[in-house]
Design a protein around this ligand. Structure first.
Ligand code: ZN
Length: 198
C-alpha cells in the first residue's frame, strides 16, 4: 500500500540511500523539504549540482577542491617533504583543524579491504608512489586504526621501505575503529607526536 504520493516516496527513497540516513530520518527530511519555500528548495538543489560539477581532485594530494591545487598544496610555506597519508578528505580536514601540522597530505580515498573487494589499485596508491619520486623525507601513515586502516598502513610501509624514505605510523592513542574525524584535536596531535617508525 502506498502511504504517500509517488513523488514523496521517491524522495524518501533517495534520501534513505544517503549514508547514515535511516528510513525514519529520510521521511522527516522529505517532509521538511516539501514544506520549504520553493526558492529554498531550488537553491538547495542548485548547491548540490554545482558542488558535484565543480569539485575535483587536487592534482597533487587528491583531496577535493575547487581549483587545480588545494589550499594546502598551493601554500608555499608548507613542508612538502613530509607527506601525511589519510583515508579521506574529512580526515585531512580533522588534522588541518589542529593548525599544528606543517607538512602536506595524500588522500587515498578509501582503504584496502579484501572483505569488500577493495584492493591497492582501487585507492590512490599509485599516485602516492609517483609523488615519492620527488624530494620526500617522511611519509606519516594516518589511516584509521580499523582492520582496513591497519592493513593499508602495513601495505604502504612495505612498498615504501625499499625506497629508504622514513615511514611512520601515528600512535594508536586513537580508539580502534574510530574515524579520525570524530577524534578531538588534542588526541590527534598526541597521535601525531607519538608516531613510531614502521
Ligand atoms: Zn592538495
Amino acid at each position: 500500500m502506498e502511504l504517500y504520493s509517488g513523488y514523496i516516496n521517491q524522495l524518501i527513497e533517495e534520501l534513505a540511500n544517503l549514508p547514515g540516513i535511516g528510513n525514519k530520518s529520510a521521511q522527516r527530511l522529505a517532509f521538511y523539504l516539501i514544506n520549504l519555500p520553493k526558492e529554498r528548495v531550488e537553491h538547495f538543489a542548485k548547491t548540490v549540482l554545482e558542488a558535484r560539477e565543480n569539485v575535483r581532485y587536487c592534482k597533487q594530494c587528491y583531496t577535493l577542491t575547487d581549483n587545480e591545487l588545494c589550499p594546502v598544496c598551493r601554500n608555499g610555506s608548507r613542508d612538502a617533504s613530509t607527506i601525511m597519508v589519510v583515508e579521506n578528505a574529512r580526515d585531512l580536514a580533522a588534522y588541518e583543524k589542529t593548525g599544528k601540522y606543517e607538512g602536506v597530505y595524500h588522500v587515498l580515498h578509501g582503504a584496502i579491504s579484501p572483505m569488500l573487494g577493495i584492493g591497492p589499485n582501487d585507492i590512490k596508491l599509485k599516485e602516492l608512489m609517483t609523488r615519492l619520486q620527488g624530494d620526500v623525507k617522511e611519509v606519516i601513515i594516518a589511516t584509521n586504526s580499523s582492520l582496513e586502516g591497519e592493513t593499508t598502513a602495513m601495505y604502504i610501509s612495505k612498498l615504501i621501505k625499499p625506497t629508504g624514505i622514513r615511514v611512520t605510523r601515528i600512535a594508536s592513542g586513537v580508539p580502534v575503529g574510530g574515524d579520525l574525524e570524530y577524534i578531538d584535536e588534542v588526541t590527534l596531535l598526541r597521535a601525531l607526536e607519538g608516531r613510531t617508525e614502521l
